[in-house]
Design a protein around this ligand. Structure first.
Ligand SMILES: Cc1ncc(C[n+]2csc(CCOP(=O)(O)OP(=O)(O)O)c2C)c(N)n1
Length: 573
């Protein structure tokens, strides 16, 4: 006699798909399934978070780090609502995530029960698969479809399960639909490949802009770039595709970018986009020919009027282009870019070697670099801290993750939690602003509870730094961006971890070294001078808006009582 509950079958199915842990917070409407997890602890770990948003962000981060599906669960109503931010992060960054959301009893759905929310409607916008299980018998098949859809469409699948169904016994053995995963290597149309090769062979100053779609093609990308003498600019999600100090790397583009990248874009006669949806049109060439390679047909021509589209796998296509393009004899352009980059690095080195109190943010990176291992996972939060890390941290082989498209604050710590679960043997480092970290800091306790040693580096400027400078950059006075000072090192101790407060430069490296060696989660709370990370290239509009802010500031600070000046300023603003 077969007597498994559907909840147990759900655990079996997850297990068959290779899932070995679930993030979440238990409660009514998910209790039966949580009990199934309790009795399957040997193969399915339950990571209890303090806030469901952290559960969802961790599941998304796990998917970004491993390429495997991340799984989180919640109760109906408030728990499910808390998941949303992390789920949108997964959607925006193409990370496969499965949600198991509890729901009120199946006989009561739709009758305004306690904590009942119309979950199908709520999740509709974020999900690629979104179904409420209607019967115990259909649950295994629906679970299979949910996982398959999340993996293939790189998005969020929602399984809403009234908790009574999870407890129901199934009378006969359930035969799963197939768990086999078949994959295609997509090759572009041969005539498109031919057109692309012709453009490449004719170009004098080709530039490659590569995004996260190129991440699995480091070798092929470099072979192609070297053959056709094209420098490589990486979008922020693409950081790490090739090492930052590789002679063909010009860093990032845009507000966070480098001057050599900006200049290469101004000079290029052929833009080659690989697996990127870089959104800032102003930083792309005014009028260059362009090839765009992407696995997703709808991306072609989305951001730039491309001459040739190549729909296909980056690895295969780059290797084809590398093999079949002509060797570029004229190396002047690449050499000039390399010279520019050398100057850029020495400019960075000179500002990084300053010694000041409070510490300047850019002074931190070379010291951090000394303790971060080559195969570490770096999880970066959102704010100026993203810019400092993008610009000054030289990624070698580390895994670099962030909330790149949703850009949600609070992603740093969940990324480090997921990193430690995905790769317990590797170092996990979260780099956060004080604002971003304080959005999720309760879950430092989760890292302590599950003994996940990690290093959380906080750039503590007592500010929402990025917003302060955003306000100034549009000519406004900064307003409500200051944060109450807080000793995150003391918090780390209270939480059961280790904490180091750093106020002077000489304390920095010893603190980082001790945190890196710690067997407990550790916070290095660095009091920094609040600084604006200026763009690699300041545009006229940026300079002009900033001068408006300076005038307003001077006017406010000095409380000038000079009617003609006041009148003039009023005219300007
Ligand atoms: C959830 C969320 N709310 C608001 C924002 C807008 N935002 C972007 S950066 C930022 C400030 C970040 O401050 P902090 O974490 O202290 O880092 P800093 O910029 O000072 O380095 C804000 C409010 C956001 N991206 N995400």
């Amino acid at each position: 006699m077969f007597d498994k509950s559907t909840g147990e079958i759900l655990v079996d199915t997850l297990s068959d798909w290779g899932v070995d842990h679930v993030y979440g917070l238990p409660g009514d409407s998910i209790n039966h399934f949580v009990d199934n997890l309790r009795s399957s602890e040997d193969r399915m770990k339950f990571i209890q978070v303090r806030h469901e948003e952290v559960g969802a962000l961790s599941a998304a981060s796990y998917a970004k780090i491993t390429g495997k599906i991340g799984v989180c669960l919640s109760i109906a109503g408030p728990g499910a609502i808390h998941l949303l931010n992390g789920l949108y992060d997964a959607k925006a960054d193409g990370a496969p995530v499965l949600v198991i959301a509890g729901q009120v009893d199946s006989t009561q759905v739709g009758t305004d029960q306690f904590q009942e929310v119309n979950l199908e409607r709520m999740f509709d916008d974020v999900a690629v698969f979104n179904k409420r299980v209607q019967s115990a018998e259909s649950l295994p098949d629906i679970t299979n479809q949910a996982i398959r859809t999340a993996v293939e469409k790189k998005g969020v699948a929602i399984l809403t399960i009234p908790d009574d169904l999870a407890a129901e016994k199934v009378k006969q053995k359930v035969k799963n639909t197939s768990l086999i995963r078949s994959q295609a290597v997509v090759h572009p149309d041969p005539s498109n490949l031919q057109e692309a090769l012709q453009l490449v062979n004719e170009a004098k100053r080709p530039v490659i802009l590569a995004g996260k779609g190129a991440k699995h093609s480091r070798e092929e990308l470099l072979q192609f770039a070297e053959k056709v003498a094209a420098p490589i600019i990486l979008s922020l999600p693409g950081k790490g595709t090739i090492p930052d100090v590789h002679p063909y790397n010009l860093g990032q583009l845009g507000q966070i970018g480098t001057k050599p990248a900006y200049e290469a874009m101004e000079e290029t006669d052929l833009l080659i986009m690989v697996g990127t949806s870089f959104p800032y049109r102003d930083y792309l060439p005014d009028d260059a020919k362009a090839i765009q390679l992407d696995i997703e047909p709808t991306q072609i021509g989305k951001r730039y009027p491309v001459t040739v589209g190549l729909i296909g796998d980056a690895k295969w296509t780059l290797s084809h282009l590398a093999e079949n393009s002509h060797y570029q004899e004229d190396r002047d352009f690449i050499e000039k870019c390399q010279e520019n980059m050398k100057n850029w690095w020495s400019h960075l080195e000179s500002i990084e070697s300053e010694r000041s109190t409070p510490i300047k943010p850019q002074e931190i990176m070379p010291e951090l670099q000394k303790v971060v291992e080559d195969d570490a996972v770096l999880s970066v939060d959102v704010g100026n801290v993203t810019v400092w890390t993008a610009r000054h941290f030289r990624v070698t082989n580390q895994k670099f993750i962030l909330s790149s498209w949703m850009a949600t604050m609070g992603c740093g710590l969940p990324g480090a939690i997921a990193a430690k679960i995905a790769h317990p043997e590797r170092q996990a480092v979260a780099i956060c602003g004080d604002g971003g970290f304080s959005m999720v800091m309760q879950d430092f306790l989760t890292a302590v509870k599950y003994q996940l040693p990690m290093m959380v580096v906080i750039f503590n400027n007592e500010r929402l730094g990025m917003i302060k400078y955003e306000q100034q950059a549009i000519g406004n006075l900064d307003y409500e961006t200051e944060l109450k000072d807080f000793d995150f090192a003391a918090f780390a101790h209270t939480a059961g971890g280790e904490g180091y407060r750093v106020e002077k430069h000489e304390e920095l490296l010893p603190a980082l070294e001790r945190a890196a060696k710690s067997t407990k989660p550790a916070i290095v709370d660095i009091v920094i001078e609040d600084q604006a990370p200026l763009p690699g290239k300041v545009t006229y509009e940026q300079a002009s808006s900033y001068s408006k802010y300076m005038l307003k500031k001077a006017f406010k600070e000095q409380e000038l009582d000079m009617p003609p000046l006041k009148k003039a300023l009023k005219r300007i603003f």
